[in-house]
Design a protein around this ligand. Structure first.
Ligand SMILES: Cc1cc2nc3c(=O)[nH]c(=O)nc-3n(C[C@H](O)[C@H](O)[C@H](O)COP(=O)(O)OP(=O)(O)OC[C@H]3O[C@@H](n4cnc5c(N)ncnc54)[C@H](O)[C@@H]3O)c2cc1C
Length: 403
């Protein structure tokens, strides 16, 4: 039987032929991922260490403002760039990818409606690589329903607001320079779902951090609890108008957050597949004088995994690009992309562990970290179950937030 040559699997960003643009950003990010993020990944996970070097390298390279419009000094990219950058980072370290991703989500929320003063105070340093921001939405009381804050925002004077409440799982907690915090008006008459977003600078009096983050996976995230005891912030840190920002949820927070996570966990799944491929290629059985790469059932299993990953990647890129292009069903596709990536990442890492045999199951094996990191994909908001409900509602013409 003729032996056909092996096909090339090379899909890495290639060196750009001209400067600027997404291709050159991806090329540089890949270098950072290999040279800075990868060597620190094991310690980031083992010691639950916030990935300062990786984030710093991305800032230094000029990508602090990846999704901030060019007019405000940013790189002016959207969801497609965010997906691909997080994917490259996530291949080496899911924590670095999500910490950077949350910075991008926070900066996109600020940029969506920033006043000239807010641009100067927050977006200029973000784009100059001098400022990390992040999103503080989730709360213990409302859990996965991250769009229902109970933290209150109260005018203390003409210049000052007081913030009171508690935020959970604040990624980049204690390391960011500012926090985009959601809140409701202190008045009990404030309608449910009418929330405001404000920028809380690091070091604000009245903010108390909970214990260090000690997760099963995503251990470098520093996703900590933030207690707000009448924390005082300038009133000109309000984004938009008081109570008018539910639109942020579906126009900015949800799409950016979903795609940052989809990219990150695509990266995790990609590395798991590569671990399995490498193991099958290298593992040699002496009794048959052949590697596992020659076993048809394993070829079949690996091929099936590749197909699932590839279709999920293409759905994610398509959803991100269609959101960037302002297409009508883009948000539904973005929601579906995160759901599919979560399913794909969890099942692919599981399968890869089976294909890698006892070697993959060892403590300290790369798959060990990938398995723990992947498990966060379903439960990070918007969660898989909630997204499936929202997708169904979107198709049925029902309001997404009807509970
Ligand atoms: C590693 C990590 C990083 C995070 N980073 C951030 C961050 O930076 N900023 C931030 O604001 N938040 C962050 N979060 C919080 C996260 O996004 C979720 O909001 C939170 O994990 C879910 O809340 P909970 O644990 O209270 O879940 P619960 O509300 O207890 O939900 C438990 C399960 O029930 C399901 N469920 C709940 N209600 C319903 C319903 N009505 N219908 C169907 N299913 C339902 C959920 O989908 C979930 O699977 C992070 C979480 C993790 C684990």
């Amino acid at each position: 039987m003729p032996v056909l040559p092996a096909i090339s699997r090379e899909s890495r960003p290639t060196a750009p032929t001209h400067g600027g643009g997404l291709q050159s950003i991806l090329y540089k990010v890949q270098e950072i991922a290999k040279d800075v993020v990868a060597p620190a990944a094991e310690a980031t996970d083992r010691d639950a260490r916030w990935p300062r070097q990786g984030i710093g390298a991305l800032q230094q390279a000029g990508y602090g403002g990846l999704v901030v419009p060019c007019a405000y000094g940013g790189n002016g990219h959207g969801l497609l760039a965010l997906a691909k950058v997080c994917e490259l980072l996530g291949q080496e370290c899911a924590s670095t990818a999500i910490c950077y991703g949350m910075h991008c989500v926070g900066s996109s929320v600020i940029a969506a409606n920033a006043t000239p003063d807010q641009r100067e105070r927050f977006l200029t340093p973000i784009c100059a690589g001098r400022h990390i921001t992040t999103l503080s939405l989730s709360e213990a009381g409302t859990g996965a329903h991250f769009y229902l804050p109970q933290t209150t925002l109260e005018a203390v004077s003409d210049e000052v607001y007081g913030l009171t409440g508690s935020k959970t799982f604040v990624t980049n907690g204690g390391h960011a320079d500012s926090y985009v915090v959601s809140a409701v008006a202190a008045s009990p008459a404030a309608p449910v779902g009418q929330f405001s977003c404000v920028v809380l600078p690091a070091g604000t009096e009245g903010v108390k951090w909970g214990a260090d983050w000690d997760g099963l996976g995503m251990r470098g995230n520093s996703s900590r609890t933030m207690e707000l005891h009448g924390a005082r912030i300038p009133r000109n840190n309000l984004l938009g108008k008081e109570g008018d920002q539910i639109w942020y949820i579906f126009n900015v927070v949800t799409p950016y957050f979903l795609i940052a996570m989809a990219g990150t966990f695509l990266g995790v799944a990609t590395t798991a597949l590569e671990e399995a491929r490498r193991h099958l290629s290298r593992r040699y059985h002496t009794h048959v004088g052949a590697s596992l790469a020659q076993a048809p059932v394993l070829q079949h299993r690996l091929g099936s995994l590749w197909a699932v990953l590839e279709r999920t990647r293409r759905l994610t890129y398509h959803a991100a690009a269609s959101f960037d292009a302002g297409e009508p069903d883009a948000l539904t596709a973005v929601m579906a992309a995160k759901v599919e990536v979560a399913d794909c990442a969890v099942s692919l890492v599981n399968e890869a562990m089976t294909l890698c045999g006892g070697i993959g199951y060892r403590n300290g094996a790369r798959l060990h970290r990938l398995l723990r990191d992947a498990r966060a994909a379903h439960l990070m908001s918007p969660t898989t179950d909630i997204l499936r409900i929202w997708i169904g509602r979107a198709l049925l013409g029902q309001p997404l937030l009807s509970d």
